[in-house]
Design a binder for this molecule. Structure first.
Ligand code: AR6
Length: 167
């Protein structure tokens, strides 16, 4: 099941929220900064033990002071024009998050619009990749009964997701 909502992912009461992090996993701006502020310093302490994360991969931590039980940190690609594996790496982020979630038996997952802020991935292209990758995963893992929320912060992304999911 896929839902689109507009709002702040740090407020989502789900099994896991996804963080659009950088490869250090030591915090940053955007949604990463918001998640670390809301989760408290224990999140950074756990992230320090993870030795970073490669672009396209993901790692899980607890959610600490967040309403979500876990945070799955993933590192999206920086948009460099599209010829440097950016689409494949972005798809890999969504897949790796869902793989980790299903390995842990987590069912409700909230995603931000990975790479579409500071990393500059075109929103329209990113939306298509996110929806197709998640839909394919759900199709292949029907017994996992996953409940996916795309949490759009800005109006442009919110409209794009609504349009593409309705089409
Ligand atoms: N809830 C949901 N979405 C949010 C929130 C929020 N509270 N705040 C921002 N967004 P960005 P990136 C949206 O820049 O492009 C960090 O410094 C935002 O509108 O957070 O993957 C990391 O440490 C946009 O649609 O992440 C990395 O260095 C989306 O989240 C770098 O930014 C992603 O924007 C990662 O860049």
């Amino acid at each position: 099941m896929i839902q689109v909502i507009q709002g702040d992912i740090t407020k989502c009461s789900v099994d896991a929220i996804v963080n659009a992090a950088n490869s250090s996993l030591l915090g940053g701006g955007g949604v990463d900064g918001a998640i670390h502020r809301a989760a408290g310093p224990e999140l950074l302490a756990e992230c320090r033990t993870l030795n970073g994360c490669k672009t396209g991969d993901a790692k899980i931590t607890k959610g600490y002071r967040l309403p979500a039980n876990y945070v799955i940190h993933t590192v999206g690609p920086v948009w460099q024009g599209g010829q440097n594996q950016e689409p494949e790496l972005l798809a890999s982020c969504y897949r790796r998050v869902l793989e980790i979630a299903t390995e842990r038996g987590l069912t409700s997952i909230a995603f931000p619009n990975i790479s579409t802020g500071i990393y500059g991935f075109p929103k329209d292209k990113a939306c298509t990749i996110a929806i197709e990758t998640v839909q394919n995963f759900l199709e292949q893992h029907k017994t996992a009964r996953l409940e996916i929320q795309f949490v759009c912060f800005d109006e442009v992304n919110y409209r794009l997701y609504q349009q593409k999911l309705a089409a």
